[in-house]
Design a protein. Structure first.
Lengths: 112, 115
């Protein structure tokens, strides 16, 4: 699987936007970009995914660079409940074997 | 929202005892995973089922771990005999696999402590 690189941690203030970066310079044309998050004492939770175009859902937005070598998860207004570890993961669209390989992720700290 | 249900939520057992963890995937999902999470190793894939058939269990210690899906509504992960190094949180996840275009749903996990 192609590898992703994320900062170990980031800090934000409540009600401010948060931009969580992910580098995936070896991404292939058939890889989807997935984001999951894990709140304290809970299982990972699917957030959003995309292939080439930017995506929005009720939880977040995903901005994908034109060359697809990086992406940014955007939380428009951080809340204390958004404090979690955020994982950026690549999954092949063509693979019949399609698991999730988790890295260390980015720990997001949100201050009141 | 549909949920993946894992039981028990917590388990404390003595070394050498058998441990069985259960998972009820979301109805209609054809793909089930077992992951293990520790502070040192993070989230590791243990086993992967598609349509109840095991596709990959290379992440499991074969001599003591076994994973099965006796039917579409139940997945089990068994450790026999358990060891202190098995202490971890075990997560089950389900989804519609086959392509990279679907998200997976995780359960709340079973926290296992082997003393």
């Amino acid at each position: 699987d192609a590898k992703t690189t994320q900062p170990n941690s980031m800090e934000s203030n409540e009600e401010e936007p948060v931009h969580l970066p992910c580098n995936h310079s070896t991404i292939s044309g058939t890889d989807y970009i997935h984001w999951y998050r894990q709140l304290p004492s809970q299982g990972p939770e699917y957030v959003i995914h995309g292939l080439t175009s930017n995506v929005n859902n009720r939880m977040a937005s995903l901005a994908i660079a034109e060359d697809r070598k990086s992406s940014t998860l955007i939380l428009h207004r951080a809340t204390l409940r958004d404090a979690a570890v955020y994982y950026c993961i690549l999954r092949s669209v063509n693979s019949g074997y399609s698991t999730l390989t988790f890295g260390k992720g980015t720990m997001l700290l949100v201050s009141p | 929202d549909a949920r993946v249900t894992q039981t028990p939520r917590h388990k404390v057992t003595e070394m050498g005892q058998e441990v069985t963890m259960r998972c009820q995937p979301i109805l209609g999902h054809n793909t089930v995973f077992w992951y293990r999470q520790t502070m040192m190793q993070g989230l590791e894939l243990l086993a992967y089922f598609r349509n109840r058939a095991p596709l990959d269990d290379s992440g499991m210690p074969k001599d003591r771990f076994s994973a099965e899906m006796p039917d579409a509504t139940l997945a089990t992960l068994k450790i026999q005999p358990s060891e202190p190094r098995d202490s971890a949180v075990y997560f089950c996840a389900s989804g519609l696999g086959g392509t990279g275009s679907q998200g997976y749903t995780f359960g709340s996990g079973t926290r296992l402590t082997v003393v």
